[in-house]
Design a protein around this ligand. Structure first.
Ligand code: ADP
Ligand code: 5GP
Length: 200
């Protein structure tokens, strides 16, 4: 039987909502889902490793990547630039893998223009107070960066209706289960199985 095509899954949500936590819980132990590592001009946080959380690049290199068309989408977020390397995403989708992108709203809109079949999921914290607690608890951002991220979070909430699904990350295990359930359900879409029906 023909191998099913992979799905492109765009995950957005305010910084500190728990996107990385939920994404990595949902991926664990699965060989049909992979995560696209972005390029960024942001400096690594303590514990972050180049090529694992991000490809950390200088601003000039980022500009070059944009000029060469190496990025599927790119955007600026709180004074840093972020972008999705195109080649990895295209390669994995062609192999039949589901590819997860953790990107902000402007990038999600660009992906949607190019790949309208992408599944768009918005992950939110249970409240802004909890978001502040998580950002402070993570201990990786300065007080100023946390304030900037909270301001941006309020703006992002207003764009939630662009997404197909919303996951409230109260309990991270439950949120990861919801993400897995969405992927499962998306693979049952009728439109994707019409070829099979013709063979029955
Ligand atoms: P994001 O990727 O959205 O910026 P992270 O995954 O880094 O967010 O999570 C931000 C902080 O919140 C981390 O310290 C993480 O351990 C914590 N966290 C994530 N999900 C939950 C949750 N459901 N309950 C409590 N803390 C959480
Ligand atoms: P952080 O600095 O907290 O890791 O990420 C800040 C924001 O940048 C998050 O909302 C994250 O989703 C977003 N982001 C990470 N990688 C990319 C990317 O490749 N493209 C875009 N547009 N946003 C990204």
């Amino acid at each position: 039987m023909k191998r099913e095509k992979g799905k492109l899954i765009v995950i957005s949500g305010p910084s500190g909502a728990g996107k990385s936590t939920v994404v990595f819980k949902a991926i664990e132990g699965r060989d049909d889902v992979c995560f696209s590592i972005s390029a960024t001009t942001r400096k690594p946080r303590p514990g972050e490793v180049d090529g694992r959380e991000y490809f950390f690049v200088e601003p000039d290199r980022f500009t070059e990547m944009v000029a060469n068309g190496e990025l599927l989408e790119h955007a600026e977020y709180v004074a840093n630039r972020y972008g999705t390397p195109r080649a990895y995403v295209e390669e994995k989708l062609a192999e039949g893998m589901n590819v997860l992108l953790d990107i902000e709203v402007q990038g999600a809109r660009q992906v949607n223009e190019k790949m309208p079949d992408a599944i768009k999921i918005f992950i939110v914290p249970p409240s802004l107070e909890e978001l502040r607690r998580r950002l402070e608890g993570r201990g990786t951002d300065t007080a100023r960066a946390i304030e900037a991220r909270l301001i941006r979070a309020r703006q992002e909430f207003e764009e939630a209706d662009f997404y197909d699904y919303i996951i409230v990350n109260d309990d991270a295990d439950k949120a990861a289960q919801e993400l897995a359930a969405i992927i499962l359900a998306e693979h049952c879409r009728a439109a994707d199985h019409m070829d099979l029906l013709k063979q029955v």
